[in-house]
Write a protein that binds this ligand. Structure first.
Ligand SMILES: Cc1cc2nc3c(=O)[nH]c(=O)nc-3n(C[C@H](O)[C@H](O)[C@H](O)COP(=O)(O)OP(=O)(O)OC[C@H]3O[C@@H](n4cnc5c(N)ncnc54)[C@H](O)[C@@H]3O)c2cc1C
Length: 242
């Protein structure tokens, strides 16, 4: 797969399945049987969402690995008072059809880019990072080392919790932190991702490629921590969910 050669395509696709991920998050699985759509892990699409007579265009990262053919999975978290995200998480039904265009974005990981990656996400910022992890798992890339640091407000809001647990193993390490509440017996971290957490979990800081994704303030904050730890700018990739 070469990023420069991937064509941007526009198509209509029906919703095949709706998966409830958390109380505020759903995955829409689109049927892509009749579409030729290729993308790299980390990229996103633009989705057209009908809203009160208007059409809103919103960016959503691709959740499924490119190895999973015939479908496109988007995981959408409801934004308080948001428009498109409320339609997508509360009103969409199986069979509804959407106009989609993509792929877009340079927030991409492929094994030839780096064999050692640190993925840092908050909330729905997990989506493109999960795509990368699913790709590593499905292609059995045992020479790649990935560490995920994932921050959420509450345990119930951890997206893909079960699947992440199953991925945590030899070459994928999953580290959680909860910032607002945590269940009894919680074994992960509490509080925001900080310098100490990164140093302890990553170990050798300098030779990795870092992928940061989430709200702009989170990405900026993680970026300053990494820079203050001496990580070179060129080793930090960012995707801000503005
Ligand atoms: C590259 C990229 C990838 C993304 N991938 C994902 C993803 O995988 N999953 C995901 O869930 N999201 C993703 N997002 C975010 C997504 O694109 C939307 O921004 C998000 O779903 C909110 O859209 P909305 O229409 O619901 O919110 P909007 O209606 O646009 O509102 C956004 C915010 O503005 C506030 N607001 C709304 N109207 C007003 C107003 N009139 N005045 C002041 N404030 C107002 C709302 O309270 C809300 O907090 C991504 C964003 C980018 C840029």
């Amino acid at each position: 797969m070469e990023l420069e050669k991937l064509p941007i395509v526009e198509f209509e696709a029906p919703v095949l399945e709706i998966i409830t991920e958390t109380p505020t998050t759903k995955t829409l699985v689109f049927n892509l049987d009749s579409v030729e759509f290729n993308f790299c892990p980390g990229q996103y699409v633009m989705l057209q969402v009908p809203y009160q007579g208007e059409v809103l265009k919103r960016a959503y990262s691709i959740a499924n690995s490119p190895t999973k053919k015939g479908v496109l999975e988007l995981t959408i978290k409801r934004t308080p008072n948001g428009r498109a995200s409320v339609v997508l998480t509360e009103q969409v039904k199986v069979g509804d059809t959407f106009r989609i265009k993509g792929p877009y974005g340079k927030f991409v990981w492929l094994p030839e880019i780096s064999k050692s990656i640190v993925l840092i996400g908050a909330g729905s910022g997990i989506v493109p990072l999960m795509c990368m992890l699913r790709y590593i798992r499905d292609k059995k890339l045992s020479d790649v080392n990935a560490i995920l640091l994932y921050s959420n407000t509450h345990y119930e809001e951890i997206i893909y919790r079960q699947e992440l647990e199953e991925m945590n193993g030899s070459n994928i390490k999953v580290v959680h932190t909860l910032t607002r509440s945590f269940p009894e017996g919680w074994k992960g971290y509490t509080g925001r991702i900080n310098e100490e957490m990164i140093k302890r979990e990553v170990g050798d800081l300098m030779n990795n490629l870092y992928y940061l994704c989430g709200p702009p303030s989170f990405v900026d904050n993680m970026n300053s921590i990494l820079e203050s730890l001496g990580v070179e700018r060129e080793r930090i990739k960012k995707e801000k969910y503005e």
